[in-house]
Ligand binder design. Sequence first.
Ligand code: SF4
Length: 317
Amino acid sequence: MEVLLANPRGFCAGVDRAIEIVERALELFGAPVYVRNEVVHNRFVVDRLIAMGAVFVKDLDEVPDHSTVIFSAHGVSRAVREQGQDRGLKVLDATCPLVTKIHREVARYCRKGKDVVLIGHAGHPEVEGTLGQWSRDSATGNEIYLVQSMSEVAHLQINQPDNLAYVTQTTLSVDETRDMIDALKERFPAISGPRREDICYATQNRQDAVKSMARDVDLILVVGSANSSNSNQLRETAEKEGVRSFLIDGADDIDPEWLQEVDHVGVTAGASAPEILVAGVIKHLQELGVLSVREMGGEAESMEFALPRELRIRTSA
Ligand code: SF4
C-alpha cells in the first residue's frame, strides 16, 4: 500500500492566527482566558488550549466581569460584539480576516438598503455571525435570506429582486456554491456579488488537491472534526469524485476494514486539523501495511494574517 499526501492540507492562515491569539493571550494575561465558541473546529486543538488554561464558553454571560474573552475564527454578530463592549470585557478578536471581509460586504449592502442572500449552512457559527451583521434600512425594509440548497434557491421569494446582493460562507463546496450562484443569477438577473467568490483560498486549494488526488487513490481519509465545515466538504468532494472517503479525528478512528483491497490511500486534512494528527495517521497506516508515503505537488500557500494590534504591541514591547 502507498499513501498519497494531499498538498496543501491542514492549517490555513486564519486558523494559525486564531490559535496564536489564544496562546499569546494566555502568555500575556495568564489563565484563564475565555474563548467564545471553539476557536477553531478541532477537538485536539481545543483540548490542548483547555490544558493551557483556556475556558471555552457558548455565551458571553458565562464570562466573569473584567475577564479577557476571545471571539473565534468564525466571527460573531454585531449583537455579541456590543454585548462584550457593554460588559466592559477585554475582547480579542480572532475572526478570520476573510470572514470580516464578508461582514463588511453585508454591512455595506445594508447601508444601501439592499436585500441580501447568504449561501451557507444554518446554525454554523460563521453563518450566525454573518446574519448578525444585517440591519434594516427604514426606507427599503430590506431583508437577509439564508439559502442552503438549489431547491431553496428555486423557491426563494425576495422582497426586492432588483435591489439584491449575495454573499457566501467561506468553507462551502466550491462547485455546489458556483451552481447556486448561477441559479441565483438566472432567477434574479440584477443580483450583485463579490468580484471574487467569498469561498476562501484555503477551502478552494484543499478541495482542488482532493480532486487531483482522487484520480490516483482508492480511498481518501480526511483528518478533521465532525463539526468542521471545510473538512466535511473535503470528504464530500472525494465522494463526488467517486472515491470512498472517511472523516477521522485521528489515527484511532481508522477501521482496518477500510483498507481491504486498497493499493493507494489518499490522506488530507481540513483547515483546522494540525499536522501532528496527520503524522499520527501516517504512522498508524504504516503499522497497517503502508510501505511508502508520497507527497503530491500542489498550490503553494504564503498567506499570513497579522495578529490584533494589541497583541503585536505587547509582544514587541
Ligand atoms: S478556512 Fe478560510 S475563512 Fe476559515 S479561517 Fe481558514 S482562511 Fe479563514
